[in-house]
Ligand binder design. Sequence first.
Ligand code: SAH
Ligand code: SF4
Length: 343
Amino acid sequence: MPVDIKSLTKEQLREQIMTLGYPAFRAAQIGTWLDGGCASFDDMTNLPLALREQLKEQFVIPGVTILRRLQSQQDETVKYLFGLSDGETVESVLMSYHHGWSQCLSTQVGCRMGCSFCATGMGGLSRNLLPAEMLAQIETAQRDRGIRVSSVVLMGMGEPLDNYNNVLRFLRMLAEPGGIHIGMRHISLSTCGLVDGIYRLMEEKLQLTLSVSLHAPNDEIRSRLMPINRRYPVEELLTACRDYIRATGRRISFEYAMIDGVNDSDACAAQLASRLKGMLCHVNLIPANEVSGKDHRRSSQQRLKQFSHILEQQGITVTVRRTLGADISASCGQLRRQERREE
Ligand code: SAH
Ligand code: SF4
């Protein structure tokens, strides 16, 4: 893991630079760049190229720069491609709701969970994001638009519970008065179902909303879509969810991406309803986004309606997610892939 260069004292930075074989004044130059808000080692043009390369290997400057900004023509959604100090990129989406601005953040560069329908998972995991890099996504979007973000969803690139410590530090920093100051009640964390992470989170007793990406009512379908299901099968995951609800008193939101002919039959709806019956939960149906290079198709409106009708008849609360920014492929992972292909 590269070290956050901003967390070093001036002394420590000088020592590190001298260990690399450079004179102390190089550390002072780096300090001046950092104090001036420089977000990339490549921009530190008065340093020797070899030093810049070494810095990139060993350190990160936890900040983000806007590489691309896509503005939806249909609504106020804005999608960003952010650049990190080591040349990696992540996506983030800003959405306007009647209650204010909500931002969808990335927690990792890529993801190692390999879900079959997901663009982010296609290239595997490059690295975890640092807490400061998660905060910087909000700060940068706020500055860019001249707005205040009032709620945050961890549903961008990456699996938040696979970067547990950094995500928890970030959430605590976010809630601090004086900073961005967004309280836990305005935060949603989405996980593909890392059961050990759910239990860890349960112990923290936070007031955030836990979203669990379920996407299938049984192991047969879920293991095909989500490799993590082979490690934590549906029943084990649902047991963890019940324990979580009992311990925190918080309702869980189950995400269910409707994929044509895969998980959207009446039988799937009935099985899902019977497994969730009696739980303090909510099902969020999402028309699956079609991803280039993947052959899944989204379910028809008619299917979505019928599926949600069956769940409702069984007493399960359901919402169908509004698709914001559909014209700018606002679901994460796609813009970054497109950008990489164009390189
Ligand atoms: N890794 C976490 C959070 C990021 S993914 C998780 O999996 O929950 C955010 C949400 O987008 C998840 O519910 C995920 O299953 C969903 N998702 C990913 N690719 C999608 C696609 N092509 N169509 C619809 N939803 C998708
Ligand atoms: Fe990772 Fe979530 Fe995509 Fe699965 S859906 S590959 S867990 S980002």
